[in-house]
Design a protein around this ligand. Structure first.
Ligand code: NAD
Length: 419
């Protein structure tokens, strides 16, 4: 990959963050080379039949970035913007995310370039089954374990798990996580990423002297991550002043009724027409009056163009890669604290790990136990990150990468490189 491509690509953003931490760790050139190359990238065609009888062909991807710490782990995205570059970046981030919260997984990610909002349930099922069938040899509970991401749901995971199980002629609940409870899902998984966002945010708010009762929160994206984060912030007494989705943003300085917004979004499939606040643009939401901003939609939302106008004192990255390296530098100059994606949204993969453990044991935990273990895992590791950040005088993101890289390198060195 050339430098020019790296500068504009999503994977390039990831590499820039990696390089900063690798330099502080004095990581040698050989290790850097290994860790900046994906282990395996798979691209394939997904021919499928529309309900009208016509055939179309979409493109599917799976990137297995690194296996040093265990099976690859990472979601499947259905979105028109899915490219090999994006999936590679997301698989790269999963490698560090699993390591930074100390899970026995490597990093992976997958996707299909499609717009799921234009597809019927039957069409989505056919695409998912073909996607899973193409990957039967390379996924599995001890190989690579997908999960939901943007545009995919527990139902998508159920179709994936069933297709894989039919191919290998045995029930294989542990091949994917984020499944419905009835077929081996974990209690607490659906809201886990949003819960993790709030656990990290509230911990950092306490550190910064921001009282939850007076805190104004803005959340970009009202999907799985954003909606649950908003709900849990509201439950803790915070004022959620702004929310948004693809249809635009909704702002109310007195606080929005998140339960109502959720009911509305479920009924109408999005927030268009929601009357609980003033309609503003998505760009305005990012720059709105708030103490805490949670980007929970897609990559590259906070850039050199808008970073200086962001008013929040704390940014909690619910999405993967929402902040470009240029914007990150502006936040550092302006004293804005950023809790990086690889820890802020690690709640999802942490409970995915719990789901995988429960599936393997065939024994399922109570929700309170899942939530308690989640909080302990996130806070133990977040506090270690904060410790490094202070000791080395580096931002939380650099500290998080340093811990993650050290853990992956330790595994890699013990295993050695197979000749
Ligand atoms: P989702 O599909 O459930 O929701 C995405 C939301 O973002 C939708 O409300 C959509 O309308 C909105 N959106 C899309 N483009 C937007 C834009 N330009 N402006 C404002 N809103 C926009 O997806 P999700 O699972 O909530 O994932 C969101 C982000 O969190 C992604 O970056 C994903 O990789 C990351 N993430 C998800 C999980 C998980 O467990 N689902 C875990 C870790 C990280």
């Amino acid at each position: 990959m050339t430098t020019a491509v790296r500068e504009v690509s999503v994977f390039g953003d990831g590499i820039a963050y990696f390089n900063e931490a690798a330099a502080l760790l004095n990581l040698d050139a050989g290790m850097r080379a290994i860790l900046t190359h994906p282990s395996r990238q798979i691209i394939f065609s997904i021919p499928f039949q529309r309900d009208t009888g016509e055939f179309e062909v979409y493109t599917g991807y799976r990137v297995q970035y690194n296996f040093a710490r265990g099976p690859a782990k990472g979601g499947i995205r259905y979105h028109p913007g899915v490219t090999l570059d994006e999936v590679t970046a997301l698989a790269f981030w999963m490698t560090w995310k699993c390591a930074v919260v100390d899970l026995p997984f490597g990093g992976g990610k997958g996707g299909v370039t499609c717009d799921p909002t234009t597809l019927s349930m039957n069409e989505l099922e056919r695409i998912t089954r073909r996607y899973a069938a193409e990957l039967v040899e390379v996924v599995g509970p001890d190989k690579d374990v997908p999960a939901p991401d943007v545009g995919t749901t527990p139902q998508t995971m159920a179709w994936f798990m069933d297709t894989y199980s039919m191919h290998i002629r045995q029930n294989a609940a542990g091949v994917v996580t984020g499944k419905p409870l009835e077929i081996g899902g974990s209690r607490g998984r659906v809201e886990a990423t949003g819960r993790g966002v709030t656990i990290c945010a509230l911990d950092q708010m306490a550190e910064m002297g921001i009282d939850p009762k007076n805190a104004r929160i803005a959340v970009q994206g009202f999907g799985n991550v954003g909606m649950y984060a908003a709900k849990l912030f509201a439950e803790r007494g915070c004022k959620v002043v702004g929310i948004s989705d693809v249809t635009g943003a909704y702002y109310n300085e007195n606080g929005l009724d998140i339960e109502n917004a959720d009911v509305y979004a479920k009924e109408h499939h999005n927030l268009e027409g929601f009357r609980g606040g003033d309609k503003i643009s998505n760009a305005d939401l990012l720059e709105s009056d708030c103490d805490v901003l949670v980007p929970a939609a897609l990559e590259k939302q906070l850039t050199a163009e808008n970073a200086a106008r962001v008013k929040a004192r704390l940014i909690v990255e619910g999405a993967n890669g929402p902040t470009t390296p240029d914007a990150d530098r502006i936040f550092q100059q302006n004293g804005v604290i950023v809790i990086p994606d690889i820890v802020a949204n690690a709640g999802g993969v942490t409970v995915s790990y719990f789901e995988w453990v429960q599936d393997r044991a065939g024994f399922f935990w109570k929700e309170a136990e899942v939530n308690a273990r989640l909080e302990e895992t996130l806070l133990d590791n977040f506090h270690a990150i904060r410790g490094i950040s202070r000791a080395r005088n580096v931002p939380l993101r650099t500290a998080a990468y340093m811990i993650a890289i050290e853990r992956v390198v330790a595994s890699l060195k013990l295993r050695g490189v197979y000749a």
